[in-house]
Structures are given as C-alpha cells and as structure tokens.
Design a protein around this ligand. Structure first.
Ligand code: ADP
Ligand code: MG
Length: 697
C-alpha cells in the first residue's frame, strides 16, 4: 500500500491501476499504445462533434458530413447469406425520418434496439428519395449521470478498437483529465509561452479533450503541436550544434584534380551546379565537418558535383566513400566514377554485399591501409569491420532510402568526415525542416540545357498493340526503350517470372528483329554490368527490367519508358522511373499501362504523373496521399513520434518551433540551465536516449 506521505500518483501511473480499468481493459488500451496516465493525456481525440447543434433530419444536406440524432423506429438486418445488403436502421426526430445503413453490419442486430436514441455522424446521401447516412459513426445515447459528457457539448471522439467503446473511453478520458490534467508541470520557458501566445499545458490538455468552444480546442491543439515540433527541433538543433562545434578536417587542396576533370567534361556545369559546388567546396575547406544535403530532381546532375567533392578529398590526401541504396545503383556509380576519376589516376573500388568474401576482405584491407582513394558501395560500406585509414568525405546518394542511423554510422567511420547527402526526392519545406533540420541544404534547381519535358500518358491494355508500334517507330529512329515490371515483395519469384516471360515474349513474338535484354535483381554484378554496358552501347534496344533500374541509371539515348501495371507503383517510384528517360536531346515518353479500374489512390497517382513533371508537386501529392510516416518509410524511425502535430496541417507552427529551438540551443547548447530542466527531461524522454544527453540527476 502507498504511504500517506508519498506523493500523489503521477503521470507514470499505469492505467491498469485506475479505478474502473483493470487488466482486461488495460490490455485493450495497450493496443492503442496507452499504458500510462501520461499516454492517455496526450491521446487527443480524432475530432470533436458539436452536439450542442445537432442537425434536424429535415435539414440534412446530401453530400455533407453531418451530425444528427434520432430514435430508432425500425431495424432491417440483411437477409441471411446476403452480405452485400446493408444493415439499415430507420430513425425519427422531431423534424422527420432518416435511415442509416452499414455494410457488413450484421452484428448490429445484437447492438441496436428499437427505442434507442442514437447520435450519428457521417456522410449524408440521398437514396431512393430518402435521406440516408452511409456507414456513419454511431453512438447509443443513454440517459445517466454522465450524460453531460456525451451530449449537449463539444464531444470528443477517440480512435477506438474492438471491445473498447467510445463512451467508455470518453468517460475514462474525462476521469484522467479531471484527476491529473491540472497537475501536469509546465515545461516551456515563460518567455517562449508569452512570445508565441501559447496556452498553459494543463489548460491545453483539458481543452484538447473537453473544450468549451471550438476556439479553446484549436488553441489547445496548437499548444500541443508546438511542443511536438519543439522537441523535434531541439534535438536536431543539438545534433547540429555539436557538429558545427566539432573539429573537422579542412579539405582545402589547390584544386588541380577538380580543374583537370572540369576541363575534360563534354559540357559546362549549369549555373545551379556551379553555385552548389561552391557551397560544398567552402564547407569542405572549413575546419568543421560539412553536413550538407544536396537536393535536385532526377536528372539535374548531382553525380558530377559529387565527383568534384570526391576529387577534392582525394587531392587533400584523404579517402572518400560513396554509398548508394541498391546494388545496381552502386554498380552504376562505380562505372561513372571510374570513367571520371581513373583517367586522373584516382583508384575507385566497389564494395557491396554481393562482392565475394575474399574480394571483400581484400578491399577491407586496402581501405584500412589507405590504398584505395574512393570506395563506392552499398550499406556494406558501413558494416562492422570496415575501417578507413583517412576517411575525409562520405557521400550518401538517394538519401530517402537511408535512415538517420545509417547516415550517422557512415560518419562514425572517420574523424568527423565531411558528409554530403544527395536526394532526388524534392521535399516540401516543412519536411525538410523536420527530417534534415540537422543539415544545410543546397538545391539544384536547374536542369542541364537541352532537356525536353517528358510526355506522360496513361493507357489501358486495349492500346497495347499501338504502344508496341510506337515503340518500334522510336527504335527505328535510333532511340532505346525500357519496359518495367513492378516487384511486389511477397512474390518476388512470380514477378520475376512475369518480367522474364515478358522479355521472351517481346523478343520472340513482338520484336524478333530487335535485341531485347532482361535486367533484374537476382543477376550477379558481372551479368548486370554486361547488360547495362550493352544497353549503354546501344546493342540492346529494349531493356525489360524489374524496378532495379528505379534509381540513378543513366542512358541518355533511352527515350521511352513503358511501365507495366503502373497502378501498382508508388508515386515517387513512378517519378524516379520516369527520370530514366528525358536525359538526352530527344523528345521522351513515359507510358503508364494500367488495369482498367485502378483504385482511387492509384488513379490519383497516375493522374499526378500525367499532369506534371515537377518533382516538387509530385512529392507533395505523394505526401498527401500517403502521409509522412509512409512517405519516409520506417527507415526514418530515428526521429521521435508526434503526439498531436500534423506535418501537413501545422507547417506554420513548425517554423515557430524551429526558431525557438534554435534560440534556446544558441544560448544553452546542452540544456544545462535549470530554467530548461523541463525541456531537458521532455527531450530525453521523446528521443529515448538517442541524443546522448546525460539525464538530470
Ligand atoms: P541525377 O541528379 O539524377 O543523379 P545525373 O548526375 O545522373 O543526374 O545526371 C544526369 C545526366 O546529365 C548525366 O548523363 C550527366 O552526364 C548529364 N549532365 C550532368 N550535368 C550536365 C550539364 N551541366 N550539362 C549537360 N549534361 C549534364
Ligand atoms: Mg543520381
């Protein structure tokens, strides 16, 4: 038993010990990741329903999402075995009648009874002349002592799970907010709160759940979202301030190698490339570690900029590592880098997990001895046991495939080497601030001259014959083509077979007079290399491939991209694929072949591709379709989770939080000031020790 003198049970109290919870319900709550009082306090509702103003049935507007209430006067369950008929309830209020129907709602027969009052929230439709709510959220209103929680106010609606009912959860949340909300300590410095006009934390928690007005609810949400962003930005600001304070290597050679390479190039750098190279060169010359993101749409010419950086490191007597996300891209890079660097006497070596153990051992030894100037590879480069003698520069290509952790691991391979991260995923500014808040950003916002916009069209199967004719015509004019198959992970073998069969079919029956090649991830380096070389040399006209060519491949003469099953690809993937064409002076085409009736999302993806070539707009659409978590995949899991904030909706708050975080870290880089104690504790908790801050004693 707790002694009377002990402090009152705090935010860490397991929910299980609260009155009315118990082990069973605790298990259900845990499914929502709710285990402590604190979890529950920050478990904000999905939305609020204004039950002070229920819409009378007669005033319901088809097409709108509305809230209304009525008494059940009749129920019609679907006939047995007719699962496609919805369960329908007929309801009445003072103004008239309405129906509500739920597909797959047979179980409702055990839940709903005539005479019950329901509150309904959902989309209003007109069905056979009558007003109908389709698949509305419903709640049975029971008269009782806690009725004021569920009716006649702004009522919170939480995300529930099977067995955990809305009303019970709401009641529990009410108890928790009442009992603990007021005693949550304020963590923000007073000055920040005043400057940004933020609600106090206890009030914000109360109003986020049980507000008296819409305004109060919005103010509360704003405060909580601000905290989410602040903690994220504080962590990033700390990481960043540590890098800038760390002593790095000043890579500042005379620049002979760079001059020689530039003199050899068959083209001039674009203005954007010049500017970006200048930014990188200055960073490398400075005695602090570079920490820079190079952002440039597919085909904007990032590789040559990276090559200049590599040469600079090498000329300064250091080693460089170039890391790519896939074998095939690493292999492509090794070809490009060899071509560019070896004539200048710089040795470039490949290291991937596909390399043979003996080779790998040899490469490892040579790296450790400092005999290799530039290593190109996959994540194999950051694995245990790989040591560099003098790593001066790490380049990470196609950053969106790598997580924060891998990035950090590569950096740890040297004494604060310079880091250049490249990405072709143009990231909306809000996200760049979030994910790369610890990086400086350079943008290649100009394409090499002579590029023509790629024409993108969506076609269905019925047009296959015409598409083949078009392909034949393009090839007759000297171009080459890609035919890409999706790789659906759960059935790699089947997909591979589809691509293999397709290649054979095209070769034997459709284009017997042309050379058709096949490229996929299961081939060894030598084979892939041979095929890519033949394709580059124009000996293969049509390259059938799985998505292994998605990133980085560069064959300027290929002007046609045919994507099979386009509906199965993600949006950024489609954009990357399309980026394989339009790299030369010829008009290029991207044909998205899709099944007749794609899902709504697939349709929007295809539509976006047809509408625009602009990577920024593509990224934004992709983000809104998938949400940030999906957009960046689990690989970005190095960052703390938001409790309330929404990157898309709360962009302005993010900027404010970032400004405040930077100001705080500028004066107190490790949060040692007692006034920042609350922040420090919050930070430790949210970043789960990843910042290496000592906990407060
Ligand atoms: P990405 O940014 O997608 O990695 P790459 O570096 O592969 O793009 O460059 C795409 C193509 O553009 C390559 O064929 C490259 O040789 C060419 N390229 C790069 N810079 C220029 C330039 N300034 N002028 C003309 N072509 C260029
Ligand atoms: Mg590239």
């Amino acid at each position: 038993m707790r002694q009377n003198s002990a402090p009152p049970p705090g935010l860490g109290t397991p929910l299980q010990y609260l009155k009315g919870v118990g082990p069973e319900r605790a298990k259900l709550l845990a499914r929502k990741e709710l285990t402590t009082v604190e979890d529950a306090l920050f478990f904000v509702p999905l939305r609020h329903e204004d039950r002070t103003r229920l819409t009378p049935f007669r005033a319901l507007q088809p097409g709108q999402v509305q809230t209304c209430s009525g008494v059940i006067v009749g129920l019609s369950p679907p006939p047995p075995g007719r699962s496609r008929v919805p369960f329908t309830a007929m309801l009445r209020d003072e103004s008239g009648y309405a129906t509500a129907s739920w597909f797959g709602g047979a179980y409702l027969g055990r839940v709903l009874k005539r005479g019950q009052r329901l509150v309904l929230h959902g989309k209003v439709m007109r069905y056979k002349g009558a007003i109908n709510l389709q698949h509305p959220d419903y709640e049975i209103v029971e008269a009782g002592e806690d009725e004021r929680l569920h009716t006649g106010r702004l009522v919170p609606v939480y995300s529930t799970t099977e067995g955990l009912h809305q009303r019970a959860l709401r009641r529990l949340m009410w108890t928790i907010v009442e009992q603990f909300g007021a005693s949550v300590p304020e963590i923000l410095p007073e000055a920040v709160r005043t400057r940004r006009r933020l609600a106090a934390l206890p009030a914000a928690l109360r109003d986020a759940h049980f507000p008296e007005s819409e305004q109060a609810q919005a103010t509360a949400r704003h405060r909580l979202a601000f905290d989410d962003f602040l903690f994220l930005q504080l962590g990033l600001a700390i990481l960043r301030s540590r890098t800038t304070r760390a002593r790095g290597i000043a890579l500042n050679p005379p620049g002979d190698l760079v001059r020689r390479l530039r003199a050899e190039l068959p083209y001039r750098l674009t203005g954007a490339q010049e500017r970006v190279w200048d930014e990188i060169r200055r960073d490398m010359a400075a005695p602090f570690p570079m920490h820079r993101l190079l952002q440039g749409d597919v085909g904007s010419g990032k590789t040559i900029v990276a090559a200049l950086a590599v040469l600079t490191a090498v000329e300064a007597g250091h080693q460089a590592a170039v890391m790519a996300p896939t074998e095939i891209l690493a292999e492509q890079h090794i070809m490009t880098f060899r071509q560019l660097l070896e004539p200048l006497g710089v040795t470039v070596t490949l290291m991937t997990s596909a390399s043979r153990p003996r080779e790998r051992r040899a490469v490892r030894a040579a790296l450790a001895a400092g005999e290799i100037a530039c290593a190109v590879g996959t994540h194999a480069l950051v694995q245990e046991g790989v040591e560099f003698r003098r790593l001066g520069l790490a380049v990470v290509d196609e950053q969106h495939r790598f997580g924060v952790e891998q990035r950090a691991r590569l950096r740890a391979k040297g004494e604060h080497p310079d880091l250049l991260v490249m990405t072709a995923t143009p990231i909306p500014r809000t996200l760049a601030l979030t994910l790369y808040g610890d990086l400086d950003v350079s943008v290649l916002d100009e394409m090499p001259p002579g590029r023509q916009p790629i024409k993108t069209v969506a076609r269905t199967e019925s047009k296959r014959g015409e598409i083949y004719e078009f392909l034949r015509k393009q090839i007759a004019e000297g171009r080459q083509a890609y035919v890409v198959y999706p790789l659906v992970e759960e059935s790699e073998a089947i997909d591979l077979k589809a691509a293999t069969d397709m290649a054979r079919h095209l070769q034997q029956h459709v284009f017997p007079e042309l050379a058709v090649g096949l490229l996929h991830g299961r081939l060894g380096f030598e084979e892939k290399d041979a095929i890519m070389r033949r394709f580059k040399a124009g000996e293969i006209h049509i390259l059938v491939s799985t998505t292994v060519i998605e990133v980085g491949i560069d064959v300027p003469n290929a002007a046609l991209m045919l994507v099979e099953h386009a509906e199965r690809f993600g949006l950024s993937q489609l954009h990357q694929l399309r980026g394989r064409v339009g790299r030369g002076p010829w008009k290029s085409y991207c044909i998205l072949l899709h099944a007749g009736k794609p899902t709504e999302d697939a349709e929007r993806r295809i539509e976006a591709m047809v509408q625009t070539n602009d990577g920024f707009r593509i990224a934004e659409t992709d983000l809104s379709l998938r949400g940030p978590g999906e957009f960046f995949g689990t690989r970005q899991s190095g960052l703390p989770q938001f409790r309330v904030a929404d990157l898309l909706r709360d962009a302005a708050i993010l900027e404010d939080a970032r400004t405040e975080a930077q100001a705080i870290i500028a004066t107190d880089p490790e949060l040692r000031d007692p006034a920042h104690r609350g922040l420090r504790e919050g930070l430790l908790q949210r970043w789960r020790g990843k910042l290496g801050l000592a906990s407060v004693g």
